[in-house]
Ligand binder design. Structure first.
Ligand code: PMP
Length: 424
């Protein structure tokens, strides 16, 4: 073992973070490309990119220059006024999503986080249902293992008890449907609903991918009952799955799309894209945000979008995704610790052969051992290791990361950490 380790000195000094954050502290000082460097100068290959945020990698001078230039020019104006970068990013987002949504979007609400993007979507849906159909059509439908954020509204459509139980009661009139279950969906969806909120790939819930049948049924049923279909593309959007929007990979026609994580390359920014039939019913002052769509975050977002939209960029992501497929295929074959590989593009999950009780311990151990080997990787759901590297990762870097995972899983298998092939 080498000396990649926890920052015990910082822990001893006392960490000014609340206890809901991990006490195993690793303090990072800087980043370059796909690598992060801790305060002792040790280097880590980052297969998590700040939970799918740092899509363009670390230490980008071009982005830093853009942010600095904009800060010198104008840092903030309130939403009582417009600013140039926000106008340009708004137009760009509308253009890119035009063929993806059921009706082309005509407006973008900017916020600061994925949760806020979803809050806006849910509020717009309520307002649309009320003003277009009257009272009694306000329910929300969400899905098992879905994740939409931690604010009270977004949490109310996030069924995982671990996140929500301490905060009950949340919002009433929310139904949870099994994901990818077309007949359950057909039984539930009715005009009592204002919106359905769903992910094309369940980023926090184990990387399950929406089946084509389910995508088609969702689109059909929502259109039939005039229920707004909200695609939460906070984690999947902007190139992560190999297309600009994951929705493009299915016969899936959302009415609203929410975006955030990679939008401003690590600065806080989110976007909620809405069609005309929603926008025309909104009145002045009915929703808002102090910082959302500020000139610095949107100036950076403009550059992020220009980078990701360049034709070669997405082709390269698709190429990396194919390489990752091959690597994960061989990781899975002959490995009794792995029961499945899920996800799309560069958002993948490796499901481990562990029962629910031991899953948390085993996952922590995998993540710790990977970290000791100088590779950062994520968890998702109860028993899934998540891989979401910067989209700029090279084939060699990807291979190095997956090889490290392969090695650590093999070692853990030999120590009998997994369900089959030997018991403790
Ligand atoms: N939706 C999805 C699909 C997410 O993955 C996340 C964050 N993991 C959120 C919403 C919430 O985003 P934030 O933490 O920025 O509020």
């Amino acid at each position: 073992m080498n000396d990649y380790s926890i920052d015990h000195a910082a822990i001893a000094r006392g960490v000014p973070y609340p206890r809901n954050y991990n006490s195993e502290l690793l303090t990072f000082a800087r980043g370059k490309g796909v690598y992060l460097y801790d305060t002792a100068g040790r280097r880590y290959l980052d297969l998590g990119s700040g939970i799918a945020v740092n899509a363009l990698g670390y230490g980008r001078r071009d982005l830093a220059r853009t942010a600095a230039r904009q800060m010198r020019r104008l840092i903030h104006v309130s939403n009582l006024f417009a600013n140039e970068p926000a106008l340009r990013v708004g137009e760009r987002l509308l253009r890119t999503a035009a063929g993806v949504m059921r009706e082309p979007p005509v407006a973008v609400h900017f916020g600061n986080s994925g949760s806020e993007a979803n809050e806006a979507a849910l509020k717009y849906a309520r307002l649309y249902a009320l003003r277009s159909r009257g009272a009694g059509h306000h329910k929300f439908l969400c899905f098992e293992n879905g994740f939409h954020g931690r604010t009270i509204g977004a949490l109310a459509v996030t069924p995982n008890p671990k996140y929500r139980d301490p905060f009950l009661p949340l919002l009433p009139d929310i139904t949870v449907c099994p994901y990818n279950d077309v007949s359950a969906l057909e039984r539930i969806v009715s005009d009592e609903y204002a919106a359905v909120i769903v992910e094309v790939v369940q980023g926090e819930g184990g990387l399950r991918v929406m089946t084509p049948e389910f995508a088609a049924a969702l689109s059909r049923l929502c259109a039939q009952h005039d229920v707004l279909l909200i695609a939460d593309e906070v984690q999947t959007g902007l190139g992560r799955t190999g297309t600009l929007y994951a929705s493009q990979q299915r016969e899936f026609k959302p009415d609203i799309i929410t975006l955030s994580k990679p939008l401003a390359a690590g600065l806080p920014l989110s976007a909620t894209l809405i069609p005309d039939r929603v926008n025309r019913l909104l009145n002045l002052g009915e929703h808002g945000s102090t910082f959302g769509g500020g000139p610095v975050t949107t100036a950076v977002a403009e550059q992020v979008l220009a980078t990701i939209e360049a034709p070669r960029f997405l082709m390269q992501v698709q190429q990396r995704a194919r390489e990752l497929d091959t690597l994960l295929d061989s990781l899975q074959s002959g490995r009794h610790s792995v029961t499945g590989v899920h996800g799309l593009g560069l958002l993948r999950g490796v499901e481990l052969a562990v029962d629910t009780e031991r899953a948390a311990t085993v996952l922590s151990t995998v993540l710790e051992r990977m970290r000791a080997a100088g590779v950062l990787i994520l968890r998702s759901g109860t028993n899934v290791v998540r891989i979401a590297p910067p989209l700029t990762i090279t084939a060699a870097e990807l291979e190095r990361g997956v090889t490290a995972l392969d090695r650590e899983l093999r070692q853990l298998e030999s120590e009998n950490w997994f369900e089959t092939g030997g018991t403790e």
